[in-house]
Unconditional design. Structure first.
Length: 581
């Protein structure tokens, strides 16, 4: 585990040491490794970059709590510390970008992990009883491959203290914004805790702004956005952390179908529910769009790898004779990939499935009379989702929220139908049932009585030769004398494991590259701790409980600080594991 704290008695001669380094080769910066006193804080240099073109040096900054002056009521609980750490991460990042030379774009820059609209548990800022510790990166100044000592001295003894003063000292922060950030997180968590007891899968507060600025920007749409208003018969009232009440749309357990014309807000509502597994920053518009934390978005993924997954609830009797209780392929079709993703989500413990017709495989979702007449059932190995969805809820307690605009087959099996008209929601259940009666589907829908049992994954025991994963010291294993590096995240959508790239880009509920990095390290932990007897669920639950209890630092590697990690959900860890080839 990462050693949290300083490295000993801090040195106080940083400026003098830097002066001696002027014009030396870049490697001489390694003399800075260690613990330094800079004004009222400690600067801990954990790793020095090898040259000016390598990734920046990794440093930590520890500010005593008495110096920072953050009020105790903001950080007196785990939820408060998570929200406060997120707020300070954003504040430090803004100050670093504003004060670093050239906006922090190159040599001489101070870099903090970038964050989005979600408030996540992060390793970038930790708060304990004694100090606030910030983990960031600094690109030590250079001219070619020679040290620019005077620039480094200014950066570390003038610019960095200004960044710290502006972002970590409470009386220099926006106290109202800080308080709102923490309160917003606590409110969202308080609402989420009420969902299961009210038999709800999600809650969307009246006045929530769901549309986003664009397809590539997650900020709220500011012009012409229609705030959501719940229909009277679907309006529920929940309480916030301070006891005040909030009303909005309650989506109950069971099968919910969202309908409406194109561009009227169906997918926008579903996407808000997908992101509702996280809490959002004040001003996002989705602060009180709250979904159960185990809700899983499922879609078709042509070409994904499937390894040993039980797809038998949807696919059986293949002409090749392949065992669909333990199905594997390196290049799944749309229907097979969606079947695998669905059963993997159920296996992971997801109690809500979120699906959009636009991203689903049609032949896995429905099968109409004409196709049944043309291709008899005994020649069709696929059982459509529409025939399993009721049994999925009845047998496994898994609810479904589905967006559809082209097929009315799901109206026959829906408990609730929500119609979206120009971003306004209404209850269309009664009308949908009348439509089903007026236009019967005949033999199109044949609901099954049971969903069926699923075979659980049991990861194979770790190999003694270290051929895969990392050792207990965090270093990679070796194969044939060649050392393999630990798995690592490559942006949001890829995990690199040795020579293999695991594609997780279709996991739409991954929102931060720091989550992908944490998942990469968890996959190594699974490989290292598997004994061939525990199920994947047991392994993931044990590891995630460890991380949630002791912090993300338990996933640290032996080099540098673990400042670029954010807590993922169990569902995405499962999903990433299943996508390995």
């Amino acid at each position: 585990m990462w050693s949290y704290g300083s490295m000993g008695t801090p040195r106080t001669d940083l400026a003098h040491v830097l002066t001696r380094l002027e014009g030396n080769s870049y490697g001489a910066y390694k003399q800075l490794k260690g613990d330094w006193r800079v004004g009222d804080f400690e600067l801990i240099v954990d790793r020095v970059q090898s040259d000016p073109y390598a990734p920046p040096s990794m440093v930590r900054i520890r500010v005593p709590r008495r110096v920072a002056g953050i009020p105790e009521h903001l950080v007196d609980s785990a939820a408060g510390r998570i929200a406060a750490g997120d707020f300070l991460t954003r504040a430090f990042g803004r100050a670093a970008r504003n004060l670093s030379p050239d906006g922090g774009k190159g040599s001489g820059g101070i870099f903090m992990v970038r964050v989005g609209q979600e408030i996540l548990q992060r390793s970038s800022v930790l708060i304990d009883h004694a100090a606030i510790e910030v983990r960031c990166e600094i690109a030590f100044p250079a001219a070619g491959r020679r040290i620019k000592a005077r620039a480094a001295q200014r950066l570390l003894t003038e610019v960095l203290p200004s960044v710290v003063d502006r972002s970590l000292i409470f009386h220099n922060l926006d106290a109202a914004a800080f308080d709102l950030h923490v309160r917003s997180y606590r409110d969202a968590e308080h609402v989420r805790a009420q969902l299961a007891t009210r038999a709800l899968v999600a809650f969307v507060a009246d006045g929530a702004v769901l549309p986003r600025a664009s397809g590539h920007r997650d900020e709220p749409l500011t012009d012409h956005a229609v705030p959501l208003e719940s229909p009277d018969n679907l309006r529920v009232t929940l309480t916030l952390s301070n006891g005040t009440e909030v009303s909005g749309l309650g989506i109950p357990e069971g099968v919910t179908v969202i309908v409406g014309g194109g561009y009227h807000g169906k997918s926008t509502l579903l996407q808000a529910l997908e992101r509702g597994v996280y809490d959002h920053v004040p001003g996002d518009g989705r602060e009180l769009v709250i979904t159960r934390v185990d809700a899983m978005a499922v879609r078709a993924e042509d070409g994904r790898a499937v390894t040993g997954t039980d797809v038998s609830p949807f696919i059986t009797n293949l002409p090749t004779g392949a065992d669909t209780k333990q199905f594997s392929t390196t290049n799944a079709s749309g229907s097979t990939s969606q079947a695998a993703s669905t059963t993997e989500a159920v296996e992971s413990g997801a109690k809500v499935l979120l699906l959009d017709e636009d991203t689903c495989a049609t032949n896995l979702m429905v099968r109409d009379q004409r196709m049944r007449a043309l291709v008899p059932d005994e020649h069709e190995p696929i059982t459509p989702f529409v025939e399993r969805v009721r049994a999925l809820y009845r047998d496994r307690g898994v609810s479904t929220v589905l967006v559809t605009g082209g097929s009315g087959a799901f109206l026959d099996v829906a408990d609730l139908v929500i119609a979206m008209d120009a971003y306004r929601a209404s209850d269309a259940t009664a009308r949908a049932r009348q439509v089903s009666a007026d236009f019967p589907s005949g033999e199109q829908t044949r609901p099954t009585k049971i969903f069926g049992e699923l075979r659980e994954h049991v990861p194979a025991a770790a190999k003694d030769d270290g051929a895969r994963g990392t050792r207990a010291d965090g270093r990679g294993g070796e194969r044939g004398g060649l050392r393999e590096k630990p798995a690592r995240g490559r942006g949001l959508g890829t995990i690199q494991r040795g020579r293999e790239d695991v594609d997780v880009s279709a996991l739409s509920q991954l929102v931060d590259p720091s989550q992908t990095e944490a998942i990469a390290r968890l996959l190594d932990q699974i490989d290292r701790t598997a004994v061939g007897q525990q199920s994947l669920n047991e392994l993931v639950d044990r590891l995630m409980t460890h991380v949630e209890r002791d912090g993300l630092d338990v996933l640290a590697h032996h080099r540098g600080h673990p400042g670029h990690l954010a807590l993922p959900r169990r569902q995405e860890v499962h999903a990433a594991y299943h996508r390995r080839r």
